[in-house]
Design a binder for this molecule. Structure first.
Ligand SMILES: *Cc1c(COP(=O)(O)O)cnc(C)c1O
Length: 442
């Protein structure tokens, strides 16, 4: 109410974004809808406070309540993941990962992570990331079949003796081989960090194996499958403390004062709420349904004639390989699906034949659609729409030459704006969405 009255310009944008989230199917695998309670916790006076430091050790007065909030979030994180130490202050997943480097490495040390075009994350040593600039990155890859090449990981680790090895990815559809990574890290004396940003909700819901028995450190975002506010956590395991009894202090010092200033206390409050929700039995049901929906969507897409990287999925995510229709088609498919209200993201596929900007695949995920209550039958409906959308745009191919590319893209955008079949599908998608309210929006 206050916002609508005091800033109608911004309020109008909020209304449009609410409508967009309500009237379309969100299939971006890193996105989700938080509960009304999490949303409420974020919009509170906790945002007014400065509290640099940690509970009981602050640089500002007036932190009695904030200390309780942060201790509650820490305790819930420790209990949920079964770890002795949790830092809940990282602003997001990327700074959380940078803090792990700061805690375990010296600049110039060798580190290993999954190559970005193979599904890895920027912060696992990609060349334009601080992690690839300040550390010597030796990337590992997926095999042509899309699975992590564990033999290559072992060979590279033996040859380069890294200080830190990451396992975790942003576009990977199979169970992560955490035990293999632990064995390799132990053999070469490396720290093993698991980055479960995408799958944290599946891990706590029992729908994916936990890295906690294997890794020294675990990082995660809180806003993906875990369904909390935008933020992150760093967990130190028993194994981590056995390897280095000071690891927890090193991680805390890396976050503050190493990398960040005051924590975002309203976010910490909302993380505590989300962790409370994730501890309930309903959340395990949710996590299992996320995977069941992804498997159902995958099977339906294969039935519709699509090709999936690795042929299917073990988690919440699918990678569709669009090369049978011509390389570089990710952009076309993403934009045409957008036009009917289905949001996906273009993505590279293993052995990407074109580029990260014009990739040959799209990445889909079920966490958000599952939160609003969609099940297997809706997944089959979505796959049928994807087939129809794909068929509407089959003539469009990505030209090799740059000028021709821009020309084709312009024509393509004009054509999808005028396409009657897509317009009719847009109405059908909106109809489906009406039956599945979004938490906090309706
Ligand atoms: C999303 C993600 C991150 C980074 O999270 P941000 O909050 O976007 O900084 C890190 N690692 C992996 C594997 C991710 O998927």
């Amino acid at each position: 109410m206050a916002l609508a009255a005091s800033d109608p310009e911004l309020y109008a944008m909020l209304e449009r974004e609410r409508a967009r989230q309500r009237d379309g199917v969100e299939l971006i695998p890193s996105e989700n809808y938080v509960s009304a309670a999490v949303l409420e916790a974020m919009g509170t006076v906790f945002t007014n406070k400065y509290s640099e430091g940690y509970p009981g050790r602050r640089y500002y007065g007036g932190n009695e309540v904030i200390d309780e909030v942060e201790r509650l979030a820490q305790a819930r994180a420790r209990a949920l993941f079964g770890v002795p130490h949790a830092n809940v202050q990282p602003y997001s997943g990327s700074p959380a990962n940078l803090a792990v480097y700061l805690a375990t490495c010296q600049p110039g040390d060798v580190i290993m992570g999954q190559n970005l075009p193979d599904g890895g994350h920027l912060t696992h040593g990609w060349k334009v990331s601080a992690t690839g600039i300040y550390y010597k990155s030796v990337p590992y890859h997926v095999r042509p079949d899309g699975y992590i090449d564990v033999d290559e990981v072992r060979a590279l680790a033996r040859a380069h003796r890294p200080r830190l090895i990451w396992c975790g990815a942003t576009a990977y559809v199979r169970e992560f081989p955490f035990a293999h990574f632990a064995e390799i890290a132990d053999e070469v004396g490396a720290y093993f960090a698991a980055d479960i940003a995408h799958i944290a909700g599946l891990v706590v819901g029992g729908a994916h194996a936990s890295p906690v028995p294997h890794a020294h450190v675990v990082t995660t975002t809180t806003h993906k499958t875990l369904r909390g506010p935008r933020g992150a956590m760093i967990l130190v395991t028993e194994r981590g403390l056995a390897r280095d009894p000071e690891l927890a202090e090193k991680v805390d010092r890396a976050i503050f004062p190493g990398l960040q200033g005051g924590p975002h206390d309203h976010t910490t409050a909302a993380i505590a709420v989300a962790l409370g929700e994730a501890a309930r039995p309903e959340f395990a049901t949710y996590a299992r349904q996320v995977v069941a929906n992804a498997k159902a969507l995958g099977a339906a897409l294969v039935e519709q004639g699509f090709t999936l990287v690795t042929g299917g999925t073990d988690n919440h995510m699918l990678l569709v390989d669009l090369t049978p229709g011509g390389p570089g088609r990710g952009t076309f498919v993403q934009e045409a699906l957008d036009a009917v209200g289905i949001t996906v993201n273009k993505n590279t596929i293993p052995g990407e034949p074109v580029s990260a900007f014009y990739p040959s695949g799209v990445r889909l995920g079920t966490p958000a659609a599952t939160t609003r209550g969609m099940r297997e039958s809706e997944m089959r409906q979505l796959a049928a729409w994807m087939r129809r959308v794909h068929d509407e745009i089959t003539p469009y191919r990505l030209p090799e030459e740059r000028e021709a590319r821009n020309q084709v893209l312009r024509e393509f955008r004009e054509a999808i704006r005028q396409n009657r079949a897509l317009e009719m599908m847009r109405a059908e998608v909106r109809e489906l969405c009406r039956r599945f309210p979004v938490p906090g929006i309706g």
